[in-house]
Design a protein around this ligand. Structure first.
Ligand code: SF4
Ligand code: SF4
Length: 423
């Protein structure tokens, strides 16, 4: 017998949590029992220990020939090749009604900046023939609500396709609200909306200049949206808004028992749109996020799980075969950070996928990075947690590791609070 190589533990008040990253088992025990548990893990052949049966059952203690790396690799490839559902991110338009100072889509010359009516029709014709029964579309931009009429028209048509079941989500800045749009989208199978928010009042105006809307409008629209769907408010954090971001919680405090939840992301500076002067370093960002999330939970707000605990073997959809981004002119991309036809791997034409020369789908493995072939990842104890991290960042020469890499114990506490704490 041997001890699992992939688990973490942390203490909350008077108990200790153990989480097995390979098998997603969570063990909770009183703090005065922890010493015995540690002793058992150090002597995995001591089957007489009272801790042994549970540690064995939850795979913290495993057979000598149990290959954990092989197990997580199997889980990874199962998801990569899963054919159950088709997941699309559709960039309906790259136009936006804000001029965010930190936007990673700024300063990029787009060859095609929005989907035409023929593109929407072409996408629908293609989807009619896909073998998956379930299709999920995340409407993305630019600001997708600028194309709300076209989106609604598409969804109305798709609603008549009896071979497939469609569901939808939307990533928006909440500057646009249209009662009819949300009412109809609810009917067509909208599951949730993610709203990126930077702050209130002048903080909003400085980071997200727009002649068309202000933060009061955003808050009002978020509240209206909660009547029709779950809304995740994603707080984009940087040096300019970190001190005042609690104002957003306060403005939405009357809705904490609705379908509203919060998540966090870090504003990052890119070469094509540098904003290093406002970027929070990863450590500061992580410490503040952990503090904010705990504060929000203490005040009865809902926090969306931001961790990779309970994952399906991939860091994000980029790795999965039936998951891609559709852009204007129906070019297909692996990741939502690519917008140039020269970076696309295929195009939809006449209702079919046409792969570009020398590019294949994941079955041919050329497009998908195999994190199990990256030496640094193979040797890393977090591999079953992050499954190789962000492929886009790795490709542009940045650190692919998840920001919480050095804060996993704190993340485990949050995970426990989000899912198990009675409130
Ligand atoms: S991406 Fe980073 S944290 Fe994840 S397995 Fe690779 S080295 Fe480890
Ligand atoms: S590869 Fe990175 S940037 Fe692209 S979707 Fe995945 S996590 Fe996001």
């Amino acid at each position: 017998m041997k001890k699992s190589s992939y688990f973490i533990s942390t203490r909350i008040d008077d108990f200790v949590l153990y989480y097995n990253l390979v098998n997603d088992t969570l063990l909770q025990l009183p703090v005065d029992r922890n010493e015995g548990c540690i002793e058992c893990l150090q002597n995995p052949n001591n089957t007489m220990s009272i801790y042994w049966p549970k540690l064995y059952e939850d795979k913290f203690i495993i057979e000598d020939d149990y290959d954990e790396l092989k197990e997580i690799q199997r889980r990874h490839w199962k998801t990569v090749n899963s054919a159950d559902e088709l997941n699309l991110t559709v960039i309906s338009t790259l136009h936006c009604n804000s001029d965010c100072t930190y936007c990673y889509q700024r300063n990029l010359g787009f060859e095609y900046s929005e989907m035409t009516e023929a593109d929407f029709d072409g996408l629908y014709t293609f989807l009619l023939g896909v073998p998956q029964k379930k299709i999920h579309i995340n409407w993305y931009g630019g600001e997708p609500l600028l194309a709300k009429e076209q989106i609604l028209k598409f969804c109305a048509k798709a609603d008549k396709d009896k071979r497939h079941t469609y569901s939808y989500s939307i990533s928006t800045n909440a500057s646009v609200y249209d009662e009819k749009f949300f009412r109809m989208m609810e009917r067509y199978g909208m599951t949730n909306v993610t709203v990126s928010v930077v702050g209130a009042g002048e903080v909003h105006d400085a980071l997200r200049p727009s002649t068309e809307y202000d933060s009061d409008r955003v808050i009002k629209n978020i509240i209206s949206m909660t009547r029709y769907t779950s809304v995740v408010v994603n707080l984009n954090l940087c040096k300019s808004n970190i001190e005042s971001i609690k104002e957003i919680f306060e403005e939405l405090s009357g809705y904490r028992h609705s379908s509203l939840s919060f998540s966090f992301s870090r504003i990052v500076s890119y070469a094509h749109r540098p904003c290093a002067e406002i970027e929070l370093d990863v450590d500061t960002y992580m410490k503040r996020v952990i503090e904010l999330a705990n504060w929000a939970l203490d005040h009865q707000f809902r926090i969306s799980d931001m961790s990779c605990f309970q994952n399906f073997g991939v860091y994000c959809g980029v790795y999965a075969k039936n998951n891609y981004v559709v852009g204007p002119a129906l070019y297909l991309y692996q990741c939502e950070r690519s917008y140039n036809p020269s970076d696309s791997f295929a195009q939809i034409a006449n209702g079919a996928l046409v792969y570009h020369l020398n590019r294949t789908d994941c079955a041919g493995t050329e497009l998908c990075l195999d994190p199990y072939q990256v030496d640094e990842c193979r040797a890393c104890k977090l591999l079953p947690y992050c499954n190789g991290g962000c492929d886009y960042l790795r490709k542009i020469g940045k650190n692919a590791c998840p920001p919480e890499k050095d804060y996993l114990e704190e993340y485990l506490k949050l995970y426990y609070r989000i899912f198990y704490e009675k409130r």
